[in-house]
Design a binder for this molecule. Structure first.
Ligand code: NAP
Length: 518
């Protein structure tokens, strides 16, 4: 098969011409399809989104839009097996695929609920009570939120083709703004299939959702102040796109979720034998192995009190020895493949950079026993645990090996570990694993400035904890600095980000007439 993956634009499935990029099965290395957008009418797609999609969506009330979000999620759930099967070709085990597919469903359902219960039965949101601006109360002001008349362009990373699409789509739908999805090439076929399921189910109005598989040359030239770009991917691509005139001159809203060298901190109280020690070890192994470590939230740096470092090293090494790498679905396999050989090469390079400053205590980037597949043809890699006895070395805080790789480092005081966590220059998430109130307070308040989310994990919260690596739609996802400086999710805040906030000033009677209930 040498077919080109189709895109859904202007209400039709269309294939690009030209050679395009070759996408292979992550497990077998076999060619799957080409990805090319050459010759596709992207300008037509932009007009279609604004004129057909935007008009249709913005005329619906918030509860009607919430019903669309729910129906979209339900349509995907009905055919989730198809998405699991495709995810396996990208190296994802069933539990990895669930993080993406069921995680996306759960996120959309939370948004459907928030939209239904938390937004008014209309098309505008009056944010506050009237604010008196003059002495006699003749002149008031009030903030109102209305749908922007543009589109939401979402550009996604390869690792969460379904969740990444839905966590951006749901708030845009609620805001009454149409979406164009540009998935990452290596897993575009999974995102494309999710769109196909939604289109087949006929749950969304015409023009509300389109997808371009392949590059998007010239599309930024068409964006302006009513449009937004939600980007997820590397810091390098984020920097390039952020500098486009669409953003710098025409003020298209730009939100970036970029890479992040996240950390987990074990408290000094949490020696071997405590529940927190076990929680720390478990969380690190989970974050290294789920999706073969290809998670923006994965723990890259693990800070351990110096006296506990040997015991932590031994405990994690023992747990990693139980990891079975291989083809998703093959007997006993607990960790799948990386998304492709290029990604594996990139991780190998990054581990070499880290290895100049850290010793390898488990695994090897070039040797791995694989069950049910050929270790060289598929993009397989062993988990790799590194240990840097000098935590001051720059590389361990800078290099993100986007695979099953983490580095252990010692620290000696709460003040020092706060400084070390900040060396990541801004992260999506940090964990503090401790049962000590004072340590938790000092570290959480110390590192909050550099993190979008901080998880305090202990024996009390563990039974219900959603874990280090799982962004929750009710809470902010995004971090400062290197993590992109953006914020997604955080409940209805993500919906408000697509709306225009306008201060309306007038007399009390006139304000009531314009903004009051009809
Ligand atoms: P990437 O290479 O930066 O690509 C991200 C997206 O940008 C892809 O869809 C890519 O499309 C697109 N892109 C690249 N150049 C573009 C351009 N000039 N114009 C428009 N779009 C362009 O990142 P990746 O390799 O897919 O993802 C891995 C990285 O993402 C990691 O560093 C990870 O930390 C980060 N990540 C962050 C989060 C988060 O929430 N913060 C989540 C997941 C991943 P093509 O694939 O077609 O080139």
């Amino acid at each position: 098969m040498n077919a080109t993956l189709t895109s859904y634009l202007g209400g039709r499935w269309v294939a690009g011409t030209g050679e395009g990029a070759d996408v292979a099965d992550a497990v077998t290395g076999e060619h799957l399809h080409m990805v090319s957008s050459e010759g596709l009418d992207l300008s037509g797609a932009v007009s279609y989104a604004r004129q057909v999609g935007g008009r249709g969506l913005s005329s619906l009330t918030f509860p009607q839009r919430a019903a669309l979000v729910k129906a979209t999620a339900a349509a995907l759930m009905e055919r989730k097996q198809e998405l699991y099967d495709l995810s396996a070709q990208a190296g994802a085990t069933r539990s990895d695929a669930k993080v993406d597919v069921d995680g996306g469903f759960g996120t959309a359902m939370v948004y459907a609920g928030l939209g239904k219960r938390g937004l008014p039965d209309g098309t505008v949101i009056v944010e506050d009570d009237p604010i008196q601006l003059g002495k006699e109360g003749l002149f008031l002001g009030q903030h109102v939120l209305t749908s922007r008349r543009g589109l939401a362009l979402q550009i996604n990373a390869f690792n969460f083709p379904v969740w990444g699409m839905l966590e951006k789509l749901a708030p845009a739908l609620l805001a009454g703004v149409p979406t164009i999805v540009k998935p990452a090439t290596p897993t575009a076929y999974i995102a494309q299939h999710a769109v196909r399921i939604i289109v087949d189910a006929e749950v969304l109005p015409e023009g509300a959702l389109q997808i371009v598989c392949g590059s998007i040359p010239g599309l930024f030239d068409l964006l302006g102040g009513q449009d937004s770009v939600g980007f997820t991917g590397s810091a390098e691509t984020a920097a390039k796109l952020r500098g486009d005139a669409a953003v710098t001159r025409r003020s298209a809203r730009f939100n970036a979720e970029a890479d992040s060298v996240n950390s987990s901190i074990l408290g000094p109280d949490a020696g071997v034998g405590t529940p927190e020690f076990d929680l720390f070890v478990s969380a690190l192994v989970t974050e290294m192995t789920v999706k073969a470590g290809q998670k923006c939230t994965a723990i890259r740096r693990a800070f351990v009190p110096e006296p506990h470092l040997d015991e932590v090293t031994d405990a994690i090494t023992a747990r990693l020895a139980d990891v079975v790498v291989g083809a998703p679905g093959a007997e006993g396999v607990t960790m799948g493949a990386l998304v492709g050989l290029a990604q594996r090469d990139d991780v190998r390079r990054k581990v070499t950079q880290l290895g100049a400053h850290a010793a390898t205590v488990y695994g090897d980037t070039h040797t791995v026993d694989v069950v049910g597949a050929d270790a060289e043809r598929g993009a397989f890699m062993s988990p790799v645990l590194l240990r840097a006895d000098d935590p001051d070395v720059g590389a361990v805080h800078e290099v993100e090996a986007f695979g099953p790789v983490s580095t252990l480092m010692p620290y000696t005081s709460a003040g020092q570990v706060v400084q070390l966590a900040a060396r990541g220059e801004g992260s999506l998430v940090g964990s503090v694993v401790t049962y000590d109130d004072d340590f938790a307070r000092e570290v959480v308040l110390g590192i909050a400035s550099h993190h979008g989310r901080v998880l305090v994990l202990d024996r009390d919260s563990a039974p219900e904890s959603t874990g280090h690596g799982t962004p929750m739609p009710q809470l902010v996802h995004g971090g400062p600095g290197r993590a992109g400086g953006g914020q997604e999710e955080a409940g209805l805040r993500a919906v408000f980000d697509h709306l225009q906030r306008t201060a309306v000033q007038s007399s009390p009677g006139r304000l009531q007439q314009i903004l009051g209930p009809r």
